[in-house]
Design a protein around this ligand. Structure first.
Ligand SMILES: Nc1ncnc2c1ncn2[C@@H]1O[C@H](COP(=O)(O)OP(=O)(O)OP(=O)(O)O)[C@@H](O)[C@H]1O
Length: 246
């Protein structure tokens, strides 16, 4: 289990993530969802052991994070542009072919000729010789089907940081929403599948959105004679409206 305990990160006195507590079990499939600048990357860097929190700690099976058990694709992986894929893989193993095949990478290609998606796959390939139990992926914008298939088949926990819940919905079971560096939602994804009832308040001044799993809100509004609409809201709009507002 990956356990995040009271984690806060500051840069030059600026708190960018605050008092985060989170548990990810060995087979959890989790999306960390948030708007631009909400703290997703900082949290992923802390989870992967790339950077240290200012306060709090992260434990993997009760011990300090061991990078080799975590496969981490950063938002923008950095490699020397003139090097070949195989030269980079040689830093971790001479027997790199099966790992490159698994991730659909060409060993002869130079870094400068790789797409961002391929560079992310190379980041992952570097940890495969160590049989990682956790796969962390920061930002799934324009990822290929090869990468998606790899994530689907990965035998372990996955944590995907992304800004658009709809785009990762099929890959995950749990959703953690982060807003201004704080967790505002942490549940199974089904908990985001409710109806939204929209109506205008009695004074006619404010539009109100209410979430409802049963027909309770609708029943009350009907009894009060208030006109309302039931909106078919997608998970992503739900996240924006209820959990990720500034
Ligand atoms: N090394 C750093 N030094 C100073 N501030 C930083 C540093 N890294 C991140 N921040 C700040 O922390 C906040 C959260 O940034 P982060 O990159 O985690 O957001 P994000 O949710 O990943 O955003 P995006 O969706 O744009 O990738 C931002 O205000 C950012 O400017």
């Amino acid at each position: 289990m990956l356990k995040v305990i009271n984690v806060t990160k500051e840069f030059h006195g600026n708190v960018v993530i605050s008092n985060i507590n989170l548990e990810v079990r060995d087979n959890d499939k989790v999306a960390i969802i948030g708007l631009h600048n909400s703290g997703k990357t900082v949290l992923m860097e802390i989870l992967s052991g790339e950077i240290k929190p200012t306060q709090g700690k992260v434990l993997l099976d009760g011990k300090k994070v061991n990078n080799r058990k975590i496969a981490y694709a950063p938002q923008i992986p950095k490699f020397v542009p003139t090097m070949k894929v195989k030269e980079i893989m040689k830093y971790v193993t001479d027997n790199y072919d099966p790992f490159l095949d698994e991730l659909g990478l060409d060993k002869e290609k130079r870094i400068r000729d790789l797409s961002l998606d391929e560079k992310k796959r190379l980041s992952i390939a570097l940890s495969l010789p160590f049989s990682p139990k956790y796969l962390l992926f920061d930002d799934l914008s324009s990822i290929s089907n090869i990468t998606k298939d790899f994530i689907r088949k990965f035998n372990g926990a996955i944590i995907l940081a992304h800004h658009n819940l709809k785009e990762v919905w099929d890959l995950i079971d749990k959703v953690v929403i982060i807003s201004r560096g704080r967790i505002t939602f942490n549940e199974n994804k089904e908990e985001l599948l409710y109806k939204i009832v929209k109506y205008v308040d009695e004074k006619g001044e404010h539009e109100i959105w209410e979430k409802t799993k049963e027909d309770y809100a609708e029943k009350i509004l009907k009894e009060r004679g208030v006109k309302f609409d039931v909106l078919g809201v997608t998970p992503d709009e739900v996240f924006l409206y209820f959990y990720a507002r500034a």
